[in-house]
Write a protein that binds this ligand. Structure first.
Ligand code: SF4
Length: 476
């Protein structure tokens, strides 16, 4: 089916990414360091035509042809046609001492490899429409997304601008629907975005409701629940619009200890990678100092400090800046094609919205957990720039670490935290301390390679199971 044959729904289209401009030499964590730089075939061909001279010589020794590789369908993988040979410091050799790219400066933007010309923009085709999100691994993109009090503009035009063609968008988008769920891809995502921005519910409750929404759609799609998708979407939105589930959601249990345990394990997974950047180490050190890690720390002592950091610094900050984590979610929804996933919109796809929700929750819980610790570290001075730094450095590690989300999901499964109850534990924080109660003294962080403080006995698991969680939403 072609998009023109799908029912008409007004799309919520992001246009914030169009405002992005690289700040070049002023960037505090340039993308020209720490990563490999793939060179596509078109860029490589252009470099062969550069006249002899110092730049051509540098290109010749730096741009290395990669052995011919085919993708799973036997087509040449042109984005990996060649690769930049990085310096021993793992920097791009074309990145000049003045902070400028020598290719860009001497030859112009048209000579940049596609990866460099596009980054940090993430180009997506969603239900036949072109969209752009941003990778928050770029500090300027993180600022643009996180600090905007109104990220989604009411006036965003329906169609993508012509200028996007330079990023290699194909205007004739294939969109074949092999799954009935995808017929409603646009209104489903509209419901997701409307829910995430509904401040009548605390953010953790919006996420919890999002989990129910995803599992219900999976059940409808799998035939376990006999409802028409449009009727379900209408009922769900109507129930949410009147705040109908707020009282029931207060019964969802909180468990800071298990939440922190999972955050520590996920952060440890990232730290065990090679090529961990000093900015990320600094971020983890601030986090661990903020929850009082050090000799003698136990999971109980860390949990107490984590709760205090939440009460005293993070929760008040979120009340002042409610858009920051919302914007993180909105950009992730566009970046990951949530709730269908990167491959979930392909013709023969069988998307699992519940699985996508678990992946979204693990990213969100990691970011939120790190921020709570960082807030504890900075105390009264915790500010938006600390959020930008934390989100950017963490994103730089896991957005470009394809196995991370899979590993995080395996961890959730192993810990039996991938059901409604476990995910709720990851999402919910409660203010438990008096705002005037002093925090325990911060300890020196020290290196945290294992992220495994001594654990005390674990209290029995409280609260809901999947069915009970679903029952709190009888109206939808
Ligand atoms: S990380 Fe972003 S702002 Fe920094 S150099 Fe790269 S694109 Fe520019």
């Amino acid at each position: 089916m072609h998009p023109s044959e799908t029912p008409y729904f007004e799309a919520i289209r992001p246009n914030y990414a169009e405002e992005f401009h690289c700040i070049g030499p002023a960037c505090e964590d340039t993308c020209c360091q720490g990563w490999s730089v793939p060179i596509d075939q078109a860029a490589w061909a252009k470099y062969q035509a550069v006249p002899p001279g110092p730049l051509r010589t540098l290109l010749d020794v730096s741009v290395l042809r990669t052995p011919e590789k085919d993708d799973s369908e036997g087509r040449a993988a042109s984005a990996l046609f060649a690769q930049m040979r990085m310096t021993p410091e793992n920097a791009c050799p074309l990145h000049g001492a003045d902070g400028l790219c020598r290719i860009h400066a001497a030859l112009g933007e048209a000579f940049l490899p596609t990866t460099c010309a596009t980054y940090p923009r993430i180009l997506r085709s969603f239900a036949g429409r072109q969209e752009m999100a941003l990778s928050l691994s770029c500090p300027e993109a993180a600022r643009l997304v996180l600090l905007n009090p109104k990220l989604l503009s009411d006036a965003a035009p329906e169609q993508a601008p012509e200028s996007w063609q330079k990023f290699g968008f194909n205007s004739d988008l294939p969109f074949e629907i092999g799954n009935p769920l995808l017929l409603y891809a646009q209104p489903i995502r509209n419901s997701v975005l409307t829910l995430v921005q509904n401040r009548n519910y605390p953010l953790w409750q919006r996420m919890f409701l999002l989990g129910i929404f995803c599992r219900r759609l999976d059940a409808i799609n799998g035939g376990e629940l006999r409802r028409a998708i449009p009727a379900f979407l209408n009922d769900f939105e109507a129930t949410i619009a009147v705040g109908g589930l707020r009282a029931e959601l207060q019964t969802v249990p909180a468990d800071h200890q298990r939440q922190l345990d999972l955050v520590l394990q996920m952060a440890g997974m990232l730290l065990h990678r090679s090529n961990v950047r000093p900015r990320f180490v600094a971020c983890i050190e601030a986090f661990t100092a903020g929850i009082g890690n050090g000799p003698g720390a136990t999971l109980e002592s860390l949990t107490a400090q984590y709760g205090a950091a939440y009460d005293r610094y993070f929760a008040p900050f979120l009340r002042r800046e409610p858009h920051i984590l919302e914007n993180y979610l909105i950009n992730t929804i566009f970046r990951c094609q949530f709730p269908f996933g990167r491959d979930g919109l392909k013709p023969d796809a069988r998307p699992s919205l519940g699985r996508e929700f678990a992946l979204l929750t693990s990213q969100f819980a990691l970011i939120k957990g790190l921020l709570i610790g960082v807030a504890g570290f900075h105390g009264e001075h915790f500010a938006p720039e600390h959020v930008v730094h934390t989100v950017q450095t963490a994103s730089k590690h896991f957005e470009h670490h394809p196995e991370f989300l899979t590993q995080a999901q395996m961890l959730l499964t192993e810990c039996q935290m991938d059901g409604a109850r476990g995910l709720a534990i990851l999402l919910r924080n409660v203010e438990t301390h008096s705002p005037h109660q002093p925090m325990a003294e911060k300890r020196h962080p020290g290196p945290q390679p294992g992220m495994n403080p001594r654990r005390g006995s674990r209290s029995p698991e409280p609260g809901l199971n999947f069915e009970e969680a679903e029952e709190i939403a009888p109206l939808v």
